[in-house]
Design a protein around this ligand. Structure first.
Ligand code: SAH
Ligand code: F3S
Length: 485
């Protein structure tokens, strides 16, 4: 299931509602490829907006673009290798189009700036995740023939004042960033190093963006952050400085639960999702808010990484197995029918068979609806790399990962079979990949449903009777436009 995190999209403008009002009319073209987490895809939309003001229009034609940008991911070695291959390809294309410039954005920019610019000389520009507003200056530099770099991490930047240009959009679903960076310092993870300290975005600008999307016909919005439950706005500033805020600021602060209810109330016909939740920061308040509003989707992505207390501690995950079970029990009690998904890492340093069995038994307890499962990949600069030996042999990691994936498949099937005979509300997103006669959409639980197109259109909520399923997909017959969401 790794593809959902390591997948790639190409910037294309087909069928997208784009606000071109701020653009100098498309004199130049930019081709953007994004890798990694949803936040990177969302960031590329901020970049497209900043570049539009400089006269760049997004294009799906790489060969003739004036500028190629690749928004990169460092989360696992494999993600970096994929990007490196693409950079080789871009350099080959550049030979046929000498005026073309190539830039690296995102997490690899942060990590590998010297290598890219000085040692290998394979790119013209390197821009870190907090420096996109500097793109106009950096572009001026490269257009004058100099290399350009800005990888400074910020304590304030949230891009709250930039209206993203939706790339590769179906006009139905959109991402809205609510926090940047992460303060959690899980020992295996590069994100705190590549994306910096955690900051929350002003709720006013979040609600403005949501309202704008609603007016443009979008039906589903995913609020994004590395750790959304940690969202806290008290007038600006880092989360860790909240204790120093004035009494008034503390009293009027907006936390994630409040932000969710404000969003749900502002747009009752928009479905809200959020990602990612960290077990140590998810509160019961958030669960009650989810239960209260029908338009907050009944789905929680709740990475756990391991079922072993010993490994959780070594990972610096600040919860125990028991506390995780307590949270799961609360979810089941407060939001019946809520889907839950996991991220899991197999073969973290020192992981024994017993630890691995703890992971499998934790999965048996939760019976996750979906999962994203990975073999541990040592990342330079992380605490695990500095302090722990990557001592689980590759073939053991692979075998444990395969066992985790097999178990997840069985649980996913158990969950999809639970929908057989039921009627679910589906938001139609696109044509099914397998058939031109079928639509594909999702339930509130995030489960994919495929059904005959009939008279229905993309963006409509439709009641579908479920008749068949695989472990990943529900199949059914549409009954009519839904009054649910
Ligand atoms: N909080 C983030 C997590 C980003 S990383 C979010 O918004 O999703 C996504 C997942 O990648 C993690 O949950 C973890 O399961 C996996 N991952 C992170 N670092 C890893 C590493 N060094 N090796 C293997 N998997 C890793
Ligand atoms: Fe990474 Fe842990 Fe934050 S996985 S993004 S350090 S919550």
């Amino acid at each position: 299931m790794e593809q959902s995190l390591d997948k790639k999209i190409t910037a294309a403008t087909d069928g997208v509602v784009i606000d071109h009002s701020a653009e100098k009319k498309g004199e130049k073209s930019v081709y953007i490829e994004s890798y990694g987490c949803q936040m990177n895809f969302s960031d590329s939309e901020v970049v497209a907006s900043i570049l539009a003001k400089e006269g760049y229009q997004t294009t799906s034609q790489m060969d003739t673009a004036d500028l190629i940008l690749v928004n990169t991911c460092s989360i696992r070695e494999k993600a970096e290798l994929t990007v490196r291959k693409r950079l080789e390809k871009f350099n080959a294309v550049k030979k046929t189009n000498p005026n073309m410039k190539v830039g690296v954005l995102g997490c690899m920019a942060e990590r590998l700036k010297h290598k890219f610019l000085e040692e290998e000389k394979i790119v013209d520009m390197v821009v870190g995740p907090d420096a996109y507003k500097d793109l106009p200056n950096l572009l001026a530099e490269i257009n004058e023939g100099r290399d350009a770099v800005n990888v400074i991490l910020s304590k304030e930047e949230t891009y709250g004042d930039i209206a993203p240009i939706r790339i590769d959009s179906n006009g139905v679903s959109a991402f809205v960033s609510i926090t940047r960076g992460c303060d959690n310092m899980c020992t295996f993870c590069v994100v705190p190093f590549t994306r910096g300290r955690e900051r929350s975005r002003d709720p006013k600008s979040i609600l403005q963006e949501i309202d704008d999307l609603a007016q443009r016909g979008f039906k589903e919005i995913t609020l994004l952050g590395q750790n959304v439950d940690s969202y806290l706005w008290y007038g600006g500033g880092l989360k860790k400085d909240f204790v120093k805020a004035s009494p008034l600021q503390q009293k009027t602060a907006v936390d994630f639960s409040k932000l969710l209810s404000m969003s749900a109330e502002a747009c009752p016909r928009i479905r809200f999702r959020f990602s990612t939740s960290n077990p140590q920061d998810m509160t019961v308040d958030v669960l009650h808010t989810m239960a209260k509003y029908p338009n907050i989707c009944k789905y929680i992505h709740l990475p756990v990484q391991s079922g072993s207390d010993r490994i959780l501690k070594k990972m610096n995950r600040l919860h125990t197995r028991e506390e995780y079970f307590e949270l799961i029990d609360n979810i089941r009690k407060i939001i019946p029918g809520c889907a839950i998904s996991q991220d899991m890492i197999a073969g973290f340093p020192t992981e024994t068979e017993e630890d691995h069995q703890d992971t499998l038994s934790l999965m048996d307890y939760v019976k996750y609806d979906f999962g994203f499962m990975f073999a541990y990949s040592e990342r330079p600069g992380t605490l695990a790399e500095k302090k722990m030996e990557d001592d689980v042999p590759q073939e053991v990691k692979k075998r444990r990962l395969a066992e985790i994936i097999d178990k997840q498949q069985a649980h996913s099937r158990y969950r999809t079979e639970g929908f057989l005979g039921k009627t679910v509300c589906v938001l139609i997103e696109k044509e099914s990949k397998r058939s031109k006669e079928h639509w594909s959409g999702r339930t509130t639980q995030n489960t994919v449903v495929v059904f005959p197109k009939d008279k229905y259109k993309v963006g409509e909520f439709v009641d579908v009777k479920i008749e068949d399923c695989t472990s990943a997909t529900l199949l059914g017959t549409p009954l009519g436009i839904s009054s649910n969401i």
